[in-house]
Write a protein that binds this ligand. Sequence first.
Ligand code: ATP
Length: 222
Amino acid sequence: MIELREVGRTFAGPPEVTALRDATFGVDAGEIVAIVGPSGSGKSTLLNVLGLLDTPTTGTYHLAGVDTGSLKERQRTALRASTLGFVFQAAHVIAHLDCLGNVTVPLEHLGIPRRERAAMAEKALLAVGLGHRLRARPNTLSGGERQRVAIARAIVHEPKVLLCDEPTGNLDSENTASVLELLESLVSGDRAVVIVTHESDVADRAHRTVKVVDGVAAALAA
Ligand SMILES: Nc1ncnc2c1ncn2[C@@H]1O[C@H](COP(=O)(O)OP(=O)(O)OP(=O)(O)O)[C@@H](O)[C@H]1O
């Protein structure tokens, strides 16, 4: 699903900074891969490349069989919207919309017909265990539930890859465990999950770990 070959990212500066060098690893469908490493090591740079938010200066990145280096900006944007889902540390839910409304937002941007949106949003909210809170406003939900809404929003268009940046960083241990269980349930034969994390208990639940040190990403044994 993801295939990086000798991917590097150098920021021109001055001063010039090579934030990522020679990253070579793959992520298969059905896998959860954790990206770990010290602060400033290049994890965000790597995640930005994986998320098609940034372009490598060297190497090749294939996503879902597409050589992303050959794409024009508009094609990158379309591939990002259709193939990727993003989960961040903060849920970033919209306060004045209920759960269904929040999860429907990306479908508007994807041009999904209005009549299909509610059913898709409801399905995603059911998948994250919030089928009973469809009409709830975010301020009536717990932090863990809000993060579930964010995850439902990230999977509503059924992306092949879910990219998560510290998805449990704001949660207590109980909610962390249940969000991890949820992420495990969302990996399937045609979906991969990538999690950037500082938390060793999160990394322990992944199938594999990629460690980034000083811009060098190395896949660790399972
Ligand atoms: N736009 C940029 N221009 C110049 N240097 C940058 C830029 N973005 C990141 N860097 C540098 O690249 C290196 C890697 O940064 P990155 O944000 O990827 O690390 P990180 O592992 O995600 O850190 P943290 O865990 O603290 O978020 C750092 O030295 C950072 O200062």
